[in-house]
Every structure is written in C-alpha cells, then in structure tokens.
Ligand binder design. Structure first.
Ligand SMILES: NC(=O)c1ccc[n+]([C@@H]2O[C@H](COP(=O)([O-])OP(=O)(O)OC[C@H]3O[C@@H](n4cnc5c(N)ncnc54)[C@H](OP(=O)(O)O)[C@@H]3O)[C@@H](O)[C@H]2O)c1
Length: 377
C-alpha cells in the first residue's frame, strides 16, 4: 500500500495540547508562556497514522502525520535555518516510515520558498499542497457567489496576500472573471509589479491597497491568503452580502465573525471532502482539522498518492499555473476528493442559513443607505 507523509504544526496552544496525548493534562496546568518555551525544545515526532484511506475509484493508501511542535509565530520568528533543519528532520521521519511523497502543512511550506529549499536536501518528493488549495478556494467562491446572487462579471473582488503563492494564482484567474480587483499585501514594490502583470493578464480593473481595511470596503468577494500570524481583517469593514473565503492558517479573520455578522457568507477556503471521511478521523488533529473537511494541502498529498504521482508537485513560489489547477482538480475528482460544505469555526452553513444571510444583507444594505442619506442631509 502506498504511503504519504504530512507535516503539521499546532496553530494555537489549544491545538498543541491535542498533540501531547495523555501528557496534555500536565501541560494544561502550566502557564502558557512556559508551554511555549518547552515547545522550542521539542523535535519533530510521529503524531498519528492513517492505516487505510480509500479512494472512490479503488486505490487504498496510508499516511503518516508528523508533528513539528511550533506555533506559526514561532516558525515565523526563530532563525530560518533552525526551522528548516527541523522541517527536514520531520520529512526524514516520514521517509523512514515509508512515505513516497511528503506534504508540507501550514507554515512549514511558507518558510523555504514553498518546499523549494528542502526539495534539494531530501530524496522524497515534496508538495506544499497549494495547487489544490487554490483550486478549491476558487470553486468555493464560485459556488458562494451563485448562492448569494452576486453577479461575478459585475463584481469587485479583494485579494489579501495577492502576491503570495496561493493569492497570486487566485488573483490571475479572478482577473478574467470579475470587474474590479482590489489587491493588498505589505510589500508595495512587489504589489505594484504584480498589479502590472495582472492588468495584462485579465480584463479586470486592478487597484492596489496598502491597508487591508481599504481593500475590503467595497468588495463583493474577499479572498484572503496571507502568512500573517494574527488576523488582518476586521469584520466591521466588510460589505453586507459579501462572500469571504479565508484560506489562511492561522485565520485572517476571527472565527467569531459568524456571531458578529449575520449578513456575510464567510468560509474557510481550500477545504475538501474525501470519499470516506471516516478513514481520517483523528483525536490528535481535532483542533486543526474541521469535522467534515480536510485541508487542501493534505487532500493534494493524498490525491497524488492515490494517483501514484510521486514527484515534486506544488514547489516554489509563483509556479502554479491554470493548467496545473485543472490537472489537480481532475486527479482529485477521480479519487472522490471534492469541495467541502461551507464551514467556518466549527460551524457548517445550511442552505436555510445562507438564505437568512441573504435576507439580512438586503436589510442591512437598506439601513446603511438610509443612514448615509441622513448624514448627507
Ligand atoms: N487551507 C489550506 O489548506 C492551506 C493550504 C496551504 C496554505 N495555507 C495557508 O495559506 C496562507 C498563504 O500561504 P502561501 O503559501 O500562499 O503564503 P505566501 O506565499 O508566503 O504568501 C503570503 C502573502 O501574504 C502577504 N502578507 C503577509 N503578511 C501580511 C499582512 N500582515 N497583511 C497583508 N498581507 C500579508 C504576503 O505579502 P507581503 O509579505 O508583501 O505582505 C504574501 O502576499 C498561509 O496562512 C498558509 O498557512 C492554507
């Protein structure tokens, strides 16, 4: 049976407790700062295994999940060479346990240029999983837009983290489908260069924004995929009726948004459903992986394993093409890997709830119009 490996890291202290099995009860009584300091001393280790994951078309594979016990903020702040050494060690754990391909989850791909650096150090093929993640995020947006009665060709889409690996391919594809693109990232020079490229790529008018807040104000669609370690979007700035697809891990928008704004359809982008979700149930990943979904990066690693495609796949920043998006979608579909239902912060949206969001959006748009009229009088 072919096996894949996947590297995960906790996104919060709470998710780290799940990584500690029975030791978690001791960790929970320690001050969080002490736990964070202890984490810096850990080495990567095998967290759990999946012994039998079934494709919808026959193949059965297995998987090894290896933990790099560092928080996103720690990965982003400790010396890059040290982080790369730890990720390499994690890859070697997968390799030793028989993995024929290894997926780099969350921030483990963000460092080292999306697996490019580490690809040169190990023999096993790597993938960041970003191609399927981007494909699923876009598919989710198209579905959400239809459900929310937004006209895609007449819409304004804001892309936060537009110059990133996932953000850039999504921006390119959306530039052919929407009327206006509001793109944002911190590095203004890089953003301007990217805006020039996009203007010639699609038909959308492109506007660049230094501040996330200004980019989202008039957006009907928001796709956010930054590598920020804290949230970057304040729910109050979003337009009633907007569709928000948050791919980032940790999240770019606080999951409490579903309690604050009842007039917005917000979902975690890049989530998939596999043919037999029961095959990948895991206590250790309870705080990271949603109950009825699997992250696109893991789903891509599984799809490549089902397909016997043991080669570096999503590697290096800015290399994802429209052709590659189509290819991975086809491979994934062949094995029953499809877009998950809309999900945000342990909440799945039912059709009835989406109808209510639409009604609330109409109500709030009217309210906003009235109050701006009163202000101008
Ligand atoms: N859901 C999934 O299955 C899945 C799969 C893979 C990755 N991810 C997540 O997706 C996110 C993006 O991954 P990636 O590989 O595309 O990362 P990336 O290539 O490093 O791109 C990150 C982008 O975010 C921008 N950025 C960083 N901090 C920002 C801030 N504070 N405000 C605005 N923009 C900011 C960066 O530009 P500047 O540096 O110029 O600001 C860049 O454009 C990460 O959170 C990753 O963990 C999720």
């Amino acid at each position: 049976m072919d096996k894949f490996g996947f590297i995960v890291h906790p996104i919060s202290i709470e998710s780290f407790y799940d990584f500690l099995w029975f030791w978690s009860k001791f960790a929970k009584i320690l001050p969080k700062e002490t736990v964070k300091n202890i984490m810096l001393k850990f080495r990567p280790y095998r967290l759990c295994s999946f012994n039998k994951i079934r494709s919808s078309s026959g193949p059965i594979i297995s998987g090894e999940i290896v933990a790099l016990p560092l928080l996103p903020v720690q990965i982003a702040s400790i010396i890059k060479e040290r982080v790369l050494d730890l990720i390499e060690e994690a890859i070697r754990v997968c390799e030793k346990r028989g993995a024929k391909i290894v997926g780099l989850g969350g921030f483990t791909s963000v460092v080292g240029n999306e697996g490019e650096v580490l690809s040169k150090r190990v023999d096993v093929p790597l993938t960041s999983g970003n191609t399927l993640t981007a494909a699923l995020a876009l598919e989710g947006i198209y579905k959400a837009v239809r459900l929310m009665d937004i006209s895609l060709p007449a819409s304004t889409a804001a892309i936060i983290g537009a110059t990133g690996d996932i953000g850039s391919i999504c921006t390119k594809i959306l530039s052919k489908k929407v009327k206006q693109l509001n793109i944002a990232a911190r590095n203004e020079g890089k953003l301007q260069k990217f805006a020039n490229l996009i203007t010639n790529y699609g038909k959308a008018k492109v506007k660049i924004f230094k501040y996330t807040k200004d980019a989202v104000l008039d957006a009907d669609i928001v796709l956010t995929a930054t590598s920020a370690v804290t949230t970057v979007i304040d729910p109050v700035h979003l337009k009633p009726g907007a569709v928000v697809c948050d791919i980032a891990m940790p999240a770019d928008i606080a999951r409490e948004i579903t309690q604050i704004r009842d007039d917005i359809l917000v979902f975690e982008g890049g989530l998939a459903r596999i043919a037999h979700m029961e095959d990948i149930k895991s206590k250790e990943l309870a705080h990271i992986v949603p109950a009825k979904g699997v992250f696109g990066c893991v789903a891509e690693t599984m799809a490549l394993t089902f397909e016997n495609k043991f080669e570096p796949y999503s590697i290096g920043r800015g290399n994802i093409t429209e052709e590659k998006i189509e290819e991975i979608k086809t491979i994934a579909a062949r094995h029953g890997i499809v877009l998950s239902d809309f999900f945000c912060g342990y909440k799945f949206f039912t059709e009835k709830e989406i109808e209510n969001i639409k009604k609330n959006a109409v109500k709030n748009r009217k309210k906003n119009k009235c109050s701006s009229k009163t202000k101008s009088q």
